[in-house]
Design a protein around this ligand. Structure first.
Ligand code: ADP
Ligand code: MG
Length: 235
């Protein structure tokens, strides 16, 4: 069963058609990348998936069930930028551990998970610090470390919103792939470094999916001058 299904998603603002019928199907555990020029509707689509925006038409299904009328908190989705609000009075380790504690994950398991994710995201030396003692980039990694152990099945990351630097972006995709296991990851990306690691790419243009497939199919089979190449070289 598909982990996430978008069926003929449409979005209209006034008389502007922003999304013109998007069909995407993601299997559980897949790492999917959305690419396309600025303004083509990527963020709008992610917000509709997460429930922060409503579609004008179509359906969003998770595990085969329509979540179109569900509040964001009721959907099995974690959006990365939401995790940036770290608890200021807790250490980095406690911040990472908190969700697991709430779910009654045993302490030994939590400690192991913290060490594991800290190593992958290269934040071992920061575990005892409080969020106020971290740089923006370090806070971002902690936020990401936290959602990897979120109990939600689908992780959604809008790169533009989160402004991940190159190195962090690579670490994140590696960490989610290594530790996320069954989790489905959808990321809006610009850099080939991220795109190379994904299972599938959906390329959007003016509110439509114009190409989808593996990295080899979509990127290597693309004619020069397609925006993702230009953006990647620039960054
Ligand atoms: P992307 O993330 O691909 O850069 P967006 O999804 O942010 O694109 O935006 C897609 C299009 O929808 C843009 O043309 C943008 O101007 C338009 N848009 C986004 N939000 C609104 C809104 N609230 N009202 C009107 N137009 C909007
Ligand atoms: Mg955007």
């Amino acid at each position: 069963m598909s982990s996430l299904e978008l069926v003929n998603i449409k979005k209209r603002y006034g008389d502007l058609d922003i999304l013109k019928g998007i069909d995407i199907s993601v299997e559980a555990g897949e790492f999917l990348v959305l690419v396309g020029p600025s303004g083509c509707g990527k963020s709008t689509l992610l917000n509709i998936i997460a429930g922060l925006d409503t579609a004008t038409g179509g359906d969003v299904r998770i595990g085969g069930r329509s979540v179109r009328d569900d509040h964001p908190s009721e959907r099995d989705i974690a959006m990365v930028f939401q995790s940036y609000a770290l608890y200021p009075n807790m250490s980095v380790a406690q911040n990472i551990s908190f969700g697991m504690e709430m779910r009654k994950v045993p302490k030994e398991e939590r400690d192991l998970a913290i060490q594991e994710v800290a190593k992958l995201l290269q934040i071992q030396h920061l575990l005892a610090r409080r969020p106020g003692q971290l740089s923006g980039g370090q806070r971002q990694r902690v936020g990401i470390a936290r959602i990897i152990y979120h109990d939600r099945e689908v992780l959604v990351l809008d790169e533009a919103t989160s402004a991940l630097d190159n190195a962090t972006e690579l670490l994140v995709s590696d960490a989610v792939k290594t530790l996320g296991g069954h989790k489905t990851l959808i990321i809006i990306a610009h850099r080939l470094s991220t795109i190379e690691h994904c299972d599938r790419i959906y390329m959007m243009e003016r509110g439509r999916v114009v190409k989808s497939g593996t990295y080899e199919e979509v990127v290597l089979g693309t004619s020069p001058g397609i925006p993702i190449n230009a953006e990647s070289r620039a960054s």
